[in-house]
Design a protein around this ligand. Sequence first.
Ligand code: DX5
Ligand code: ZN
Length: 217
Amino acid sequence: DRSIKIAPSILSADFANFGAEIQAIEAQGADWVHVDVMDGHFVPNLTFGPMAVKAFRPHVKTVMDVHLMIAPVDPYIDAYAEAGADILTAHVEAGPHIHRTLQAIRAAGMKAGVALNPGTPAEAVTHVLDLTDLICVMTVNPGFGGQKFIDMTAKVRTLRDMIGDRPIHIEIDGGVDPTTAPLVAAAGADVLVAGSAVFRGGSVADPAPYGANIRAI
Ligand code: DX5
Ligand code: ZN
């Protein structure tokens, strides 16, 4: 479906070649570039921080979609604005003040996203919809690529009803592949993050599989 955006997660890229990997996935048809920031505290894994994200920026010609799996969030918002994030997504579980966090993200000049872990209900965002540009529905417990998809289609349908005619993206993150993508798209998701399903079989030296994988989703 052409109206569905594919956002490859560079969590599954070659960590020694981020610039070339970003260029390769964009050349192969990525709509956005999804950047997974993990702190070893909110999630049991570590990736990179604002200095690395700033270094990715000149390579991203589409949209840099930064998913923060960190707690706390607020002390780092300005650093990610300076790093050039277009969309900055914080988890509702990362602290007691998601309302303040979303306001601060927008005040720093970015689009504001809110992410929901699999165990968190759709209703957690009821009172922040007017501060939100994107809702990220996690379909794995965050921390690692390559995990098995957890069916959250009922949550996606509930969110679509709650959103009404507001211009809010519903993004799905985790275990998206050609089998699971149609389920979440039918439920109302419009941005699909995919890591392992995009990067498998390809490389910077042989990026054509990235394109085939993107088109297969
Ligand atoms: C999970 C990350 C995802 C992950 C997706 O913590 O937020 O973006 O990289 O990877 P796949 O598509 O392999 O499940
Ligand atoms: Zn992510």
